[in-house]
Design a protein around this ligand. Structure first.
Ligand code: FES
Ligand SMILES: [Fe+2]
Length: 385
């Protein structure tokens, strides 16, 4: 294995092609035991059944009569018919193959039409796979548990111990918007693309924004936090989007920003300027081993009274995400035949920490006990972007 602290590490070990990893370590790409964003809330309307995919698990998502969202594995426990093809009365889902009925919120079997009066199969012991499901900040989130041991069968689900991640807010009134973009890449490339500071001047160019010539030297402080790392509070770089907008409202030096990355896939950015604030929670969700989706939910109180504020912000964000998506699409071409890759200091150090965190998390799970954080203390990084 390459020295993780060397200036230039080959990435082949950590980022082998999906099929190599499939053979060597089936869950090294996608982490179970976490909440993931499944679908935007507004897409899940009463009475409808929606298909979704998370970590290669097909799901059917809907709302019961009380508008509470639910998620079941989209495969009947009898003979695998997708439950999304069945009928739903607001409480129970009926499989379209043999009419078995399941409680939407618990997955518990309620009826097997083929049973005669003297056949005493205990149907309440049969469950369709059911997942904890909550709505937060414009999204339906689903908890993907660790896989149960082979042969465990279909049982009642365990409730998750962790809470659904939230977008932090700092005033009673604020606006919110979300954005989603499907990326043709592994969750790892999606995440390290998101935390990579060096691509900005080359990928995110626009006449109204910045050019390669605005590139300059930067110094940022990082510190370890539970399950992740933080870019400590600092004045945002003068060529960052929210900073340019916020400068219209507040003194340049009163503006501070903090960016956290937390496993498995969360990037939290908070910008504060006096009573004004802007925060966002971006997630990179593994859909399959080679596809992911980026969802950004932002909340802010800065443009509440400006008619074009929210649409302007959405426009800027959509442009950014589209530039990233297009880049990843092209990168996927280059990655097809498993080239050797490298991570360099200091610009790729956050990416190294990400792989370090992931490996430490998996190791703690395997061996039991506390996770050993890859950072031993605060670190200052320098790069040009
Ligand atoms: S496959 Fe669903 S009831 Fe038979
Ligand atoms: Fe980007």
């Amino acid at each position: 294995m390459p020295d993780p602290h060397g200036p230039c590490d080959t990435l082949t070990f950590l980022m082998a092609a999906p099929d190599t990893l499939k053979r060597e370590a089936p869950d090294s790409l996608m982490l179970t035991g976490f909440w993931y964003r499944a679908l935007p809330s507004e897409k899940v309307r009463n009475g409808e059944l929606h298909k979704a995919m998370l970590l290669e698990i097909p799901l059917v998502i809907g709302r019961d009569r009380n508008r509470k969202a639910f998620a079941l594995r989209d495969a009947c426990p009898h003979r695998g018919m997708p439950l999304s093809c069945g009928r739903f009365d607001g409480e129970q889902l009926e499989c379209s193959y043999h009419g078995w009925k399941f409680d939407a919120s618990s997955g518990q079997c309620r009826l097997i039409p083929s049973l005669t009066a003297d056949q005493n199969l205990k149907i309440d012991r049969i469950y369709a796979g059911s997942f904890a499901c909550e709505e937060r900040d414009s999204f339906v989130w689903v908890f993907i548990p660790d896989p149960s041991p082979a042969g465990a069968g279909f049982t009642r689900r365990d409730e998750p111990q962790s809470a659904v991640p939230l977008v932090p807010t700092f005033s009673e009134k604020f606006k919110t918007a979300y954005l989603s973009s499907a990326m043709p890449s592994t969750v790892d490339h999606g995440i390290i693309g998101l935390m990579d500071p060096a691509h900005g001047p080359f990928v995110h160019q626009a006449w109204w924004w910045r050019s390669q010539h605005s590139i300059h030297e930067k110094q940022k402080n990082f510190e370890p936090i539970p399950n992740g790392f933080r870019m400590s509070a600092h004045t945002p770089s003068s060529n960052s989007a929210p900073y340019k907008l916020l400068r219209l409202y507040a003194d340049a030096d009163s503006i501070t920003t903090t960016i956290d990355f937390v496993l498995p896939n969360l990037r939290l950015e908070t910008i504060r300027a006096g009573k004004y604030w802007f925060s966002s929670l971006t997630t990179v969700t593994p859909i399959t081993r080679d596809h992911c989706r980026i969802d950004v939910v932002a909340c802010w109180n800065i443009f509440r009274l400006v008619p074009f504020g929210p649409s302007l912000l959405k426009f800027v964000f959509a442009k950014f995400v589209e530039q990233d998506r297009r880049t990843m699409e092209l990168q996927t071409e280059g990655l097809k035949h498993n080239p050797h890759l490298m991570l360099i200091d200091d610009a790729d150090r956050p990416a190294k920490w990400y792989f370090g965190l992931k490996a430490a998390h998996l190791e703690a799970k395997r061996a039991g006990g506390e996770m050993k954080h890859p950072m031993s203390g605060p670190v200052t990084l320098n790069w040009r972007s």
